[in-house]
Design a protein around this ligand. Structure first.
Ligand code: C2E
Ligand code: CA
Ligand code: CA
Length: 445
């Protein structure tokens, strides 16, 4: 409806009018604003005061909203508690934000329901066409992205292009680019050495994914794009790539760094991939790697996401000779009971405890407790985040077997690992590090 009409339009009518206004804007050089507005507590009002009261509140709100807008603006109801406003013929891209302020002032006043004063709460997202998008659907989606960002950041409003100004790429755009990056092989594997501090030998390398040319040509940090991959399901192809790529590079190292085992991170959703066992087996076959060369790192929380599936899968991998490491150990809130159920070989002490252990007594005690626990369960223990000599020495005295961290070596490109190793004091990987008798065939099922 246009602001003077009684009932709000629906989404279809809005898109039609928006298309029309955008067409006009192309010719006139004017702008079209879109505001998405969510009433955050309409449902609470309905639950507490009933349908009649919430309908009254709704009608009162629509009346106030109409009073804030110009004749030619349009109000559409998108869902129960969500409205889209179209503001055609704007001269200035800041006008939607000014309208939001006005709506806040007018509709944000407490209203009386059954003698109680109830304050409504709203979240707004705004976009401006054709600047943000030249098409109706896309422009509405920009406003939707902005609304989601307003709600996640718990702020009243966000304008779509603000997202770009803050340097944050909207999640879906990152998702699309990540999908492309995975399929075109733009992700890069870095490897961080893991050493045995008891024997002085190199014992493996952890593969860490890198995205050097993300959106806008900027590198994206691993934690960010891995989270996006997890949310979107792209973690499944990413993990397949990670496996194949690291086993291929392992094969390349055979001359300079023979028998070097590699660790690959498997996140919760990757573990849910029903084809994971087969994928691991075919990657091992393809690159002629013994199963003992591969360590799979999983976190406690991803075990807890689906313990039954995890147990089945890990038993399968472990029976075939793959090593299993619990990553970020000590940060989960799960019970330790899984340690006796799961075929775990390695505990990796989370770096948050290791980073400050020489300065903080409590961290040192946690590190010692994990080392003792690992010894009691006959597990190998790795300290992550070893940043200096003092930490390395302390860990040695505490009975920790393995170390990983900037002090030993930073994550580096596959081609740099051999020269890092020859310049270091560490001895070569033990030849028997990959016992052949463990390399039994997988049985899929
Ligand atoms: P993570 O598995 O715990 O990996 C260790 C992280 O600690 C890496 O961060 C590494 O660069 C960093 N690090 C290593 N040594 C030190 C140190 O001495 N000091 C400090 N402050 N940090 C150190 P990165 O590469 O940014 O990766 C972050 C997380 O992203 C990883 O944590 C892992 O959970 C995830 N990740 C990275 N690549 C992959 C992947 O291919 N698949 C999956 N599923 N997750 C991945
Ligand atoms: Ca890890
Ligand atoms: Ca870790």
């Amino acid at each position: 409806m246009h602001a003077h009409e009684t009932l709000p339009a629906d989404r279809g009518a809005l898109l039609q009018a928006l298309t029309h206004s955008l067409g006009h804007a192309q010719d006139s050089g004017e702008l079209v604003g879109v505001i998405l507005l969510r009433i955050q507590r309409l449902k609470d009002i309905r639950i507490e005061y009933g349908y009649d009261e919430s309908d009254l509140v709704y009608e009162q709100f629509v009346g106030q909203l109409r009073g804030c807008l110009r004749e030619k603006d349009m109000i559409a109801r998108i869902s129960n508690d969500e409205f889209a406003l179209m503001l055609p013929g704007l001269k200035n891209p800041a006008q939607p934000v000014m309208a939001i302020n006005k709506i806040q002032r007018t509709c944000g006043e407490p209203i009386e329901i059954n003698g109680n004063r109830v304050k409504m709460k709203f979240a707004f997202g705004a976009s401006v066409g054709p600047e943000d998008a030249p098409q109706a659907e896309a422009l509405l989606r920009c406003a939707d992205l902005a609304l989601r960002d307003a709600e996640t950041a718990n702020v009243e409003s966000v304008r779509y292009c603000d997202l770009e100004k803050t340097g944050e790429t909207p999640v879906f755009r990152m998702e699309n680019e990540l999908e492309r990056a995975i399929s075109t092989g733009e992700l890069v594997a870095h490897y961080q050495p893991i050493v045995d501090i008891e024997t002085g030998r190199l014992t493996g390398a952890e593969m860490l994914s890198r995205w050097p040319d993300g959106p806008e040509g900027c590198a994206v940090d691993a934690a960010t794009f891995i989270a996006v991959a997890e949310q979107s399901g792209l973690i499944v192809p990413l993990t397949r790539w990670a496996l194949n790529n690291s086993l291929r590079e392992c094969a390349d190292w055979q001359n300079d760094l023979p028998n070097l085992p590699v660790s690959v991170n498997f996140s919760a959703l990757a573990l849910a991939d029903p084809h994971l066992s087969e994928i691991v087996q075919s990657a091992l076959n393809l690159w002629g790697a013994d199963a003992g060369r591969l360590t799979v790192e999983i976190t406690e929380s991803s075990i807890m996401a689906d313990p039954e599936n995890c147990l089945r899968l890990l038993n399968h991998l472990h029976d075939a000779g793959v090593r299993i490491a619990i990553d970020d150990f000590g940060t989960g809130y799960s019970s330790l009971a899984y340690l006796k159920e799961l075929p775990v070989d390695i505990l990796k002490i989370d770096q948050s405890f290791v980073l400050n252990m020489t300065r903080t007594e409590a961290d040192r005690r946690i590190v010692q407790a994990v080392i003792d626990l690992a010894h009691n369960f006959d597990l190998t223990v790795v300290a992550e985040g070893v940043e200096d000599e003092e930490t390395l020495d302390t860990l040695t005295l505490m009975g920790c077997q393995r170390a990983q961290g900037y002090h030993v070596g930073r994550p580096m490109a596959a081609g740099d690992l051999a020269s890092w190793f020859s310049a270091s004091d560490w001895d070569p990987v033990e030849a028997s590090a990959t016992p052949a008798e463990q390399a039994v065939d997988f049985e899929i099922g």
